[in-house]
Design a protein around this ligand. Structure first.
Ligand code: AFD
Ligand code: MN
Ligand code: MN
Length: 412
């Protein structure tokens, strides 16, 4: 342990002095990086899968209580995983009070509650051709009632955020009346919004394709924002990094939503082609950093609603290792963005000095902030290297010993 600490102390001591020499405030940076809360999605605690198959890793959680245990492990190691986002009905607790008390016992908050109107799970009406936008009023009513039930469960568990992702859309030209769909979604969302408790927010997520392959009813941030505005000030846009067509400038979308106070939160992940496929920051750490450069502007950091959540499907990695890496990469991107010399950048921008603008961005980005992230973790009681600790403590082996090597599908 001494070796790690000595190596870490040397690295941190050097970085701290570099930051001070740059006129930055290491203690403030430590607080900002150490105090973020990244909600862990219940469905990501098990291995995901594709339509071609799923390969479990053993020891995966079989109950909501076991999912809470796993989040508590992540939080012990990282100190940034203090909340879990639930997916209803997958996570519908049989005894709400027991789960609420157990979560409190573990020191884990219930973050957002996600409704599910993209699967037929025994309801009277089928969601095959949509939910809140369905042409059949009975289907819409069923979907609205489901969301209201999700809010009730969330209220009993202490949540304050309803997160909606609609799989509604069409796969062929002519299948949909686009405006009719929007009208029906608007009316359904308003009904749900009007039932929200005053301290709740409603996050509207967008996605350009999948499960439909010609049009999605809420394909982009603009549509999500238009619908949020139709509901009210506590309806906001949720940005899922994997929900953009390749090469979309997500940092610019984030800036535009911040500009209008419409950014509700994130589903963090990374992908080469689309959706939640890969560990946060594993492929495009610079893009993630550019997003955080928008989030950490003085006038936005304190005001924005930070429903930060990971939404990823781990098909090959150990889910808990994947989540540990995701949390680390989010903290690193945040820490790098706090190194940005914004005065120097603004001056270079005023002079249209493009090369200097780039240099200023890169200076911050190329600063190795891992020692600061590790120091922030240590100061809040976490581990210097959570992934090593996860392995040294043989946590997965112990979970397999407790839960068995066969694993149950965990959701998505
Ligand atoms: C899928 C959807 C969307 C949603 C998540 C949880 O693409 O990201 O947020 O499931 O419902 O990933
Ligand atoms: Mn998502
Ligand atoms: Mn997704």
């Amino acid at each position: 342990m001494k070796t790690v600490n000595t190596a870490h102390q040397k690295a941190w001591g050097y970085l701290e002095q570099c930051l001070i020499d740059k006129g930055l405030e290491p203690d403030l940076m430590l607080r900002m990086v150490g105090q973020i809360d990244i909600a862990i999605p219940s469905w990501a605690l098990g291995t995901g899968g594709t339509r071609f198959g799923r390969f479990g890793c053993g020891g995966e959680p079989r109950t909501l209580a076991e999912k809470l245990n796993d989040v508590a492990v992540l939080n012990r190691l990282t100190r940034c995983a203090g909340s879990i986002s639930l997916h209803i009905p997958w996570d519908k607790p049989s005894h709400v009070d027991d789960i609420r008390d157990y979560a409190q016992h573990l020191g884990i908050r219930i973050g957002s509650v996600n409704s599910n109107t993209f699967q037929d799970l025994g309801e009277a009406q089928s969601y095959k051709f949509g939910s809140l936008s369905h042409v059949n009023r009975m289907v819409r009513e069923q979907a609205v009632a489901h969301n209201m039930e999700v809010v009730e469960i969330g209220k009993a568990l202490g949540a304050e955020t309803l997160s909606l992702w609609l799989a509604d859309g069409s796969s062929y030209p002519g299948q949909d009346d686009f405006m009719g769909r929007l009208d029906r979604i608007k009316n359904s969302l308003r009904e749900i919004y009007d039932c929200l408790p005053d301290n709740w927010q409603m996050l509207i997520e967008y996605k350009p394709f999948e499960p439909h392959f010609y049009s999605m009813c809420i394909p982009d941030w603009g549509t999500a924002w238009l619908l949020a505005r139709e509901c009210g000030p506590r309806a906001l846009v949720l940005v899922d990094l994997g929900h953009h067509l390749p090469n979309t400038n997500i940092a610019q979308i984030v800036a535009t939503l911040l500009w209008k106070g419409a950014l509700g939160g994130f589903h963090f992940n990374d992908s080469k082609y689309a959706d939640d496929d890969l560990t946060v920051g594993c492929l495009r750490p610079y893009d993630l950093y550019l997003i955080f450069c928008e989030l950490t502007k003085e006038n936005t950091w304190s005001t924005q609603k930070r429903n930060w959540m990971i939404d990823a499907s781990h098909n090959l990695k150990d889910p808990l290792e994947d989540l540990i890496q995701s949390i680390e990469n989010i903290q690193i991107a945040l820490a790098k963005s706090l190194c940005l010399d914004r005065k120097k950048l603004a001056l270079a921008q005023e002079h249209n000095d493009i090369a200097l603008c780039e240099q200023v961005l890169l200076d911050a980005y190329l600063t190795d902030m891992r020692p600061l992230v590790a120091e922030a973790r240590l100061r809040s009681g976490g581990m210097a290297n959570p992934l090593s600790s996860f392995r040294d403590e043989r946590i997965r082996e112990k979970l397999i010993g407790e839960r068995g090597s066969q694993s149950k599908a965990s959701g998505l």
